[in-house]
Design a protein around this ligand. Structure first.
Ligand code: GAL
Length: 443
């Protein structure tokens, strides 16, 4: 069996080569007593709150299901994997893969498959009966050329607005806005009531989520999905109108957004400094984990019955140091019990259709409604969370949004309308990104 020493050394490389050598030597002698412990390094971005609670629940199942295997936490904090993906890219390039890593189903996974960085799990799918246990559409998103490369843990919904009902009620807002215009009107009311930044917002990728929700409203499900396949033009007047509305919404957000991760923005909501936050439905579990139960939510105005989905999955990395232990991790992730425990804590919908929560626990009322919606609503993918677009495309869009957001800071901390020039520049950058990446995908 594999000892713990390689993994310890790998995790400590950042501390400097000298320190690594010193600690590796220590680990070698400690390893003499520990030769039976094989480790599985699991690389995620689930570092705190509801996300960590989900990971912890999975680790407990893994420890019970896989005797002789030990979990090693390869976490790199930062919402949506904004930092983790960079670290992972560097590690894969250096030939230092973790055993398994978190990856979104869809286009993002295809990047790793094309680069040969993940191993074929088709035989495991058949041995574990996963083709029957998972929805067919999801398995399709994990498959390339007839081979399946990853095990999905869950499905999340992206297009949800979380609210602090007390803050809204203090401003006399008691109804759910059905249109973006009505939402903007309510934000103005909030601002007049003394809430300077009604919309809690974070950095680039959270802004992309907001833009995507606006575009779903403007284009509808089918045309929105077509933006990422080349079937819908990014140059249309509907997209321009969406970007203008996005600019108006941004003008109601906190000026320090570019320095904030999503939990920082969520804190503004919890503390009553904002009334709204557009965020994926991991927010429900996170708010609960942070003791804030007095929240409510609605689907982004105009998104109707559209469920913007994303799915977290785990792979067997190419060159994984401990493939057998990793397969046991993946089997736990795939199991009905593993998915029940994980999703109850993480706030997501289990990818399996037969997952049950651990005895004595139930899915939250939000989750139960999301599970119903997942069965009936129209699914569209997410670029911010890798189901719709490749990582390179996502990076290009995030850069364009950062540039736009920064340009809005220069005049005043609370611009109420976006400048037409910066809106045009953002639109041009989005068109350029689409032209570049759709062309690449079609080649
Ligand atoms: C998503 C991920 C979710 C959640 C979120 C915020 O990309 O799929 O599970 O972790 O990021 O970090």
């Amino acid at each position: 069996m594999r000892s713990t020493r390689r993994s310890l050394a790998a995790r400590l490389t950042a501390a400097g080569a000298g320190l690594v050598l010193m600690l590796t030597a220590t680990a070698c002698s400690a390893g003499d007593d520990d030769t039976d412990a094989a480790t599985v390094e699991v690389f995620t971005w689930w570092a705190e709150g509801g996300e960590k609670a989900g990971l912890d629940a999975l680790v407990s199942r893994f420890t019970a299901d896989c005797p002789g295997q030990q979990f090693t936490d390869g976490v790199v904090a930062g919402g949506a994997g904004i930092n983790a993906k960079q670290v992972l890219t560097a590690r894969l390039a250096q030939g230092d893969p973790p055993d398994t890593f978190q990856v979104h189903a869809g286009a993002e996974l295809t990047d790793y498959i094309d680069a040969g960085q993940v191993q074929d799990l088709t035989a495991e799918y058949d041995a574990w009966g996963l083709r029957q246990a998972l929805p067919e559409g999801l398995v399709d998103d994990l498959t390339v050329n007839g081979k399946i490369y990853s095990v999905p843990a869950n499905v999340h919904r992206a297009n949800v607005v979380w609210i602090n009902p007390q803050v809204l009620s203090n401003a006399g807002i008691h109804t759910t806005p059905k249109t973006i215009t009505a939402l903007l009107r309510d934000m103005e009311k909030l601002r007049k009531s003394g809430i300077e930044s009604p919309l809690a917002l974070g950095r680039d990728w959270t802004q992309l989520m907001l833009l995507e929700a606006v575009l779903i409203s403007k284009l509808g499900a089918e045309r929105f999905s077509g933006l990422f396949t080349g079937e819908t033009s990014w140059s249309s007047s509907a997209v321009s109108a969406g970007i203008r509305d996005f600019g108006k919404l941004m003008s109601y957000s906190n000026a320090d957004r570019d320095a904030m991760d999503w939990p920082d923005a969520e804190r503004l909501l919890i503390d009553g400094k904002a009334g709204y936050q557009l965020m994926g439905d991991w927010e429900a579990a996170d708010l609960e984990a942070k003791g804030f139960k007095a929240y409510d939510w609605f689907t982004f105005p105009g998104n109707g019955e559209v469920f913007q989905w994303l799915a977290d999955s785990f792979v067997l990395a190419g060159g994984a140091p401990n493939p057998e232990g990793t397969k046991c991790w993946l089997k736990t992730v795939a199991s009905a019990e593993g998915q029940g425990a994980f999703n109850a804590a993480k706030g997501s919908v289990p990818a399996r259709t037969d997952a049950a929560t651990p005895a004595g626990t139930v899915f939250s009322s939000y989750q139960q409604s999301a599970m119903e919606d997942w069965k009936t609503a129209t699914p569209v993918p997410s670029c911010a969370h890798g189901s719709a677009c490749s990582q390179a495309w996502q990076n290009a869009v995030n850069s364009a949004l950062s540039a736009y957001s920064t340009s809005q800071q220069s005049t005043t901390t609370q611009p109420s309308t976006a400048s037409p020039q910066s809106i045009t520049a953002l639109h041009k950058a989005l068109i350029a990104a689409a032209n570049q990446f759709i062309k690449q995908e079609q080649e």
